[in-house]
Design a protein around this ligand. Structure first.
Ligand code: ADP
Length: 274
């Protein structure tokens, strides 16, 4: 109604202006809806483990004369507490990458160090599933950015590759330099032989809390925030993240970031250009 009233008043000014105004209102409403959804999602995600903890603590009290039951319930409490901790930590990470300018303390960050850190972070999970992790290609490259954020981004991609793959498969990480008009970029590709992602889901997996299979995500400690964090980190570094996938065959997530030397050259050139 509001949008229509506005468009009726400005109609004589031309249809392009009308279109812009209507688009503006629609965009503002969309942003508001996304914000509301996010708050609702966070509340729901927090409620689930808190509710489970509350029920389990009652169960522990009722079972006080059955040590085996107490142990079982306590074990499940630990799982829920871990889930809650992961969620809160990822919410903090997400808010950091959304609010902090990563380039404020940017530095050259070696890709081989990021790769080693990411592999290290997943070593336990990968070992349990006998998944082989291998770094290939030219990892002796450096990107320009915030070390902590870059480590979180690559770590999330490798963690997902392990989580969404069956046992005894392979996760590969490869890096290469690609020439781009604005300066060289580095591409770090994480390839798995996992369950894959449909074309329809590919469009949505980078949204906060979107999961293809919520039960599977939760079972592996997933929060549904990982790829949203990756996307933010990539964008705020002047890069991007893309996905290629074939259902049942596997996926490749590619993180594209400014090369350290190229980014530094650009920064040095800036005063001259002004
Ligand atoms: P989660 O914590 O659930 O892993 P993410 O934001 O990291 O959240 O990923 C969102 C969803 O995208 C996952 O729940 C999963 O359905 C899908 N996904 C992410 N990475 C992969 C992958 N390598 N292979 C298959 N599906 C994936």
């Amino acid at each position: 109604g509001e949008a229509l009233a506005v468009s009726a008043r400005v109609a004589p000014l031309g249809s392009r202006l009308v279109l812009l105004l209507v688009e503006d209102l629609t965009e503002a409403r969309r942003i508001e809806a996304v914000r509301r959804d996010f708050v609702a999602n966070v509340s729901h995600e927090l409620k689930t483990p808190v509710g489970a903890l509350s029920l389990l603590s009652e169960a522990v009290m009722d079972a006080s004369d059955d040590p085996e039951a107490v142990e079982r319930f306590a074990g499940r409490m630990q799982i829920e507490a871990t889930r809650l901790t992961n969620l809160v930590q990822e919410l903090i990470d997400l808010s950091r990458v959304q609010n902090d300018d990563p380039l404020e303390d940017a530095e050259p960050v070696r890709v081989d160090e990021l790769v080693a850190e990411a592999i290290d972070r997943c070593r336990h999970q990968a070992g349990a599933k006998q998944i082989t992790m291998a770094a290939a290609g030219h990892v002796d490259l450096a990107v320009w950015g915030n070390r902590g954020q870059l480590a979180a981004a690559l770590g999330n991609l490798v963690e997902n590759a392990v989580n969404y793959s069956p046992a005894r498969t392979r996760v590969g990480i490869a890096a290469r330099r690609v020439t781009a008009p604005g300066g060289d970029m580095i591409e770090v590709a994480v390839t798995d032989q996992g369950i894959g992602i449909t074309d329809k889901d590919k469009e949505r997996i980078f949204e906060r809390f979107y999961r293809v299979d919520p039960a599977r995500s939760r079972a592996t400690g997933g929060t549904g925030l990982g790829l949203a964090i990756v996307k933010h980190v990539a964008a705020s570094h002047g890069g991007e993240v893309t996905v290629w996938s074939s259902e049942g065959q596997g996926s490749t997530f590619t993180l594209r970031l400014p090369e350290a030397g190229a980014a530094r050259d650009r920064a040095h050139q800036r005063p001259d250009l002004d």
